[in-house]
Design a protein around this ligand. Structure first.
Ligand SMILES: Cc1ncc(COP(=O)(O)O)c(C=O)c1O
Length: 373
């Protein structure tokens, strides 16, 4: 039987091939490889798509988070509240500015920052809050913002997995002072290399981020503070402008596939992802939970179905953060999800027939897991 890949970028590439190669050729012909018209064009398009005034294109999502914290003046001695259930880069950015990440547990339904746990984590040293729209599901932004406002704290949305997702009818990225995106190739909006962006409605923040990404030079060769080379190259911007036109259609196809999985697996013993009514999730991942995760994964692998685990070890228990002193059991919902999560194949071009196959293997397996003949 044909294997089911976790992600297949080939089909999409073949549809866009001619258009993309022409756009890349245009960049070559222009010889404006860094911060030329292609990056300016993408920035304008992505800001408009997200419903904000400014987009600063960057070389990665990690750089976006780093610059967001720099722009908010977060530094040594400060604390930044976030989740441990995220890709490590969310925490890296906090460490890069010399601040300390403070991890709060997730809500077991949305798997995003639990607002009920937030207030207790705020101290006089807290300088920002970073909710993560994990797997494409928006965090509970209204409740998080209400708490943040009460304490005068800025919110940075980590939207690296949630391009185009909506919360209460509005696209994510408009709820915090700043939002950060990654365009890593496997993302819902993926470049053909590395890429990221910071978006904001605050003109001063956008201006500072533009300066910081380009060696902090407002004027050529004059550097008023320590800067970085975090620029997006023009090839990535050209590809992203083309792909942005298709994002809504691809996100709708992902949502359709997520609904299909849920329909086929409902009433099973697997815990399925929620479809929260206040949000339009963009299904970067479709993650089920089972205490037999490793066994289920290996059976799927044996029949050619590729899966992924996002993420096997929560950040608070990573060796790199051992110095923070967290113990196993500190964040029980996060730890349980890391032990039991299994990401099933999902991408816009994945056929319904393949989804049925994945679901039927899971159904058969369930019988053996629960001891039924
Ligand atoms: C939630 C989250 N934050 C940040 C990042 C970092 O983005 P990048 O890989 O572009 O640096 C990622 C990317 O995987 C992510 O998933």
């Amino acid at each position: 039987m044909e294997p089911v890949p976790y992600l297949d970028l080939q089909t999409q590439y073949h549809v866009l091939r001619r258009e993309v190669l022409e756009a890349l050729e245009e960049v070559c012909d222009s010889t404006r490889f860094a911060q030329g018209p292609a990056t300016a064009e993408f920035e304008a398009k992505f800001a408009a798509y997200c419903g904000v005034d400014h987009c600063v294109s960057l070389n990665s999502g990690t750089s976006a988070l780093h610059l967001a914290l720099r722009c908010l003046g977060v530094g040594p001695g400060d604390e930044v509240i976030t989740v441990s259930m995220t890709f490590i880069a969310t925490a890296w950015a906090i460490s890069y500015v010399g601040a300390t990440p403070v991890f709060v547990d997730i809500d077991p339904v949305r798997r995003t920052l639990n607002p009920d746990r937030l207030e207790a984590a705020i101290t006089p040293r807290t300088k920002a809050i970073i909710p993560v729209h994990l797997y494409g599901t928006p965090a509970e932004l209204e409740r998080i913002n209400a708490i943040a406002e009460r304490h005068g704290l800025p919110v940075i949305e980590d939207a690296a997995q949630a391009h185009g997702a909506k919360y209460r009818g509005k696209r994510v990225g408009q709820f915090g002072q700043i939002a950060c995106f990654s365009f890593y190739p496997s993302k819902n909006l993926g470049a053909y290399g590395e890429g990221g962006a910071l978006i904001t409605n605050n003109a001063a923040i956008a201006e500072r981020a533009r300066s910081l990404r380009d060696h902090a030079q407002k004027q050529k060769y004059l550097h008023d503070e320590i800067g970085y080379n975090y620029r997006m190259d023009s090839f990535q911007a050209a590809v992203l402008s083309i792909k942005l036109e298709h994002l809504d259609e691809w996100n709708a196809a992902r949502a359709d596939r997520a609904r299909y999985y849920t329909e086929l697996l409902k009433d099973s013993s697997y815990k399925l992802p929620a479809h929260p009514s206040e949000s339009e999730c963009v299904w970067h991942c479709y993650v089920i939970e089972t205490p037999e995760r490793d066994r289920v994964r290996s059976v799927l692998q044996d029949v050619g179905i590729e899966t992924a685990v996002h993420y096997p070890v929560p950040i608070h228990l990573q060796k790199s953060y051992a110095h923070l002193g967290y113990q196993s059991g500190d964040l029980p919902v996060t730890e349980a999800l890391c032990e039991q999560c299994l990401s099933l194949p999902i991408f816009p071009e994945l056929s319904k027939e393949k989804i049925s196959r994945v679901a039927s293997v899971l159904r058969d397996l369930e019988k053996s897991l629960t001891g039924q003949a």
